[in-house]
Design a binder for this molecule. Structure first.
Ligand SMILES: NC(=O)c1ccc[n+]([C@@H]2O[C@H](COP(=O)([O-])OP(=O)(O)OC[C@H]3O[C@@H](n4cnc5c(N)ncnc54)[C@H](O)[C@@H]3O)[C@@H](O)[C@H]2O)c1
Ligand SMILES: O=P(O)(O)OC[C@@H](O)[C@@H](O)[C@H](O)[C@H](O)CO
Length: 510
């Protein structure tokens, strides 16, 4: 496999193209900028961006001559940059056969993705492709053009195998553990479930000409508001779709590109075989803490992550969570985790970013499945029940089971795919959205334990292995009860007390 900043032209008009699935905010403030900057050092690459079904960004980009702004919001300074890295864009739902066609086009050398955790259709119970997900079932049945991400990739790669067999890289840039390896596995699951000879042909194609490098992506990129549009306009460009972002940016990837790549390292990206270590540091310390900030923030009426981070009790909970994550990590040589955690504190505190707790808290079951079980199982195997990880789950469960506990008018209620089922279980078991101070509880400790067991053990919403850990489920239930009776402060106190009562010291790796 070759990795070349100035990929030689293997075909057609010599264009080197990235097809990017998931033209949301993150891609436009991250990979697009690295690609634009890399173009100054080698041959420029084009990006065709694909939005799933919403037209806003695509229509605005075409209206604006494929130009948009990135509004970088530091704690004190703002910078506005205009970007033209995305040279074409379309909406997959409007032209459903175009995605497989573009994947098959040999000018497409990299197919990258930021389609959110939902876009991967992973079964929470097994961690494999969810063959019962309606879009996956429909794609396997071959009912019309493919509509799931995995189905679109499968159709495009199969077509490519038949038309040219030209090598291509599929580059996941989502916050998913071992994202490239995971996506390759999902495609293999899809191939194995395909009827007829197509499955065997796809499986062979995956082995022969497709690579799936793992990546770690990092930049906090909130949703766009009118304030960002005003800032872009003040900088001289009336942009309907500017992207806000923090100053920090980082990208680490494995250098396994089948058909070349932009000279991303010239733009600051790190090529490393230790991606998994970087990715665990980031997905745990940053994203895991983000989830805890989001749910405790929502439960205390905080609209913004920065306001949650400023709450002393929540900050203590985040510190305990960091202490639990840290020993589970393998640090690359020279990586200063203390400095990294200190910097994270500053990033979370950046109020000018306006990152909303409801945005970070969205789709919690899918995100926590990436952020909690690995580290929790590590501690449990070492004979210790990690209280802050349990608190993260308890706070999510509280927000999901009892949304009436939230100040919805102020914070919003994060969407949750498992929400309806969890609320049904909660209603059956009793319990209310009130806290000790404001409404009491009907569920009590036993009700909390029943709910935690239903959700984590029977439904295995965070995976079967974690659900089988009785002590962890009980700790989640205790903290859920504490949240219900006394609110976030009481639950954080309880997490610390349980931590102090457990086996102390740095746990021995299992
Ligand atoms: N925003 C960040 O700070 C950030 C940082 C690092 C990584 N990421 C990764 O990028 C992802 C997207 O973040 P964003 O800020 O661009 O979000 P966004 O809401 O702006 O965009 C989401 C994109 O995903 C697509 N999508 C959503 N659900 C889908 C589904 N079920 N199938 C296929 N496509 C789907 C949408 O069409 C849209 O293009 C995150 O979920 C995360 O994995 C984001
Ligand atoms: O992007 P998500 O939805 O996976 O998670 C929400 C945030 O934790 C995340 O977007 C962070 O801001 C980002 O991962 C920072 O690099």
């Amino acid at each position: 496999m070759s990795a070349s900043g100035a990929a030689a032209s293997a075909s057609g008009d010599g264009t080197s193209r990235i097809l990017h699935l998931g033209l949301g905010n993150f891609h436009r403030a991250h990979q697009a900028l690295y690609t634009e900057d890399a173009g100054r050092h080698g041959r420029p690459w084009e990006i065709t961006g694909v939005a799933g079904s919403t037209r806003g960004v695509v229509e605005a980009l075409h209206r604006q001559g494929m130009r948009y702004s990135v509004v970088t919001l530091g704690p004190r300074h703002t910078d506005v940059r205009q970007v033209t890295a995305v040279t074409d864009a379309f909406v997959a739902a409007d032209d459903p056969r175009r995605v497989p066609r573009e994947i098959a086009d040999p000018r497409t050398r990299v197919v990258s993705l930021t389609v959110t955790e939902k876009g991967y259709a992973v079964s929470p119970r097994t961690g494999r492709l969810d063959l019962d997900a309606p879009d996956i079932r429909a794609d396997l049945d071959g009912q019309g053009p493919p509509r799931s991400t995995v189905g679109r990739l499968a159709a495009g790669l199969l077509r490519r195998a038949r038309e040219s067999g030209a090598p291509v890289t599929v580059l996941s840039c989502d916050n998913i553990t071992a994202n490239g390896t995971t996506l390759a596995g999902l495609l293999r699951d899809f191939a194995a479930a395909m009827p007829s000879r197509d499955g065997a042909e796809l499986a062979a194609a995956l082995e022969e000409f497709v690579t799936f490098p793992d990546t770690m992506v990092d930049r906090i990129v909130p949703a766009t508001t009118d304030a960002h549009r005003r800032t872009a306009a003040e900088a001289g460009f009336a942009d309907d779709v500017p992207v806000p972002a923090e100053p920090f940016t980082m990208w680490v990837m494995r250098d396994r590109f089948a058909a070349g790549r932009p000279a991303w390292e010239e733009a600051g990206a790190v090529l490393s075989d230790r991606v998994h270590d970087y990715e665990q540091i980031k997905v745990r310390l940053l994203n895991g803490s983000h989830s805890l900030l989001a749910y405790l923030g929502l439960l205390t009426g905080r609209e913004l992550i920065a306001d949650a981070a400023a709450d002393p009790a929540i900050a203590r909970a985040v510190a305990l969570l960091g202490d639990e994550y840290e020993p589970t990590l393998t640090l690359p040589d020279g990586f200063d985790v203390t400095a990294y955690r200190a910097e994270l504190g500053e990033r979370f505190a950046n109020r000018r970013l306006g990152h909303r707790t409801a945005q970070v808290g969205a789709d919690g079951s899918l995100k926590l499945a990436q952020r909690v079980p690995g580290a929790a199982l590590w501690h449990l195997a070492a004979g210790r029940v990690p209280s802050a990880l349990a608190l993260t789950v308890a706070a999510w469960l509280r927000c999901t089971a009892y949304p009436e506990a939230l100040d919805a008018g102020r914070t919003g209620v994060p969407p949750e795919p498992a929400g309806a089922r969890i609320r049904e279980l909660a209603a059956r078991r009793g319990g209310t959205g009130g806290t000790g101070g404001t409404g009491g509880t009907g569920a009590g400790g036993r009700g909390a334990l029943r709910l935690a067991r239903e959700v984590l053990t029977h439904e295995a919403v965070l995976g079967q292995r974690l659900g089988e850990q009785g002590e962890f489920v009980e700790r989640v239930a205790e903290l859920l009860d504490a949240l219900e009776r006394g609110g976030a402060d009481a639950a954080v106190r309880e997490a610390y007390a349980a931590d102090a009562a457990g086996p102390r010291g740095r746990p021995v790796p299992p």
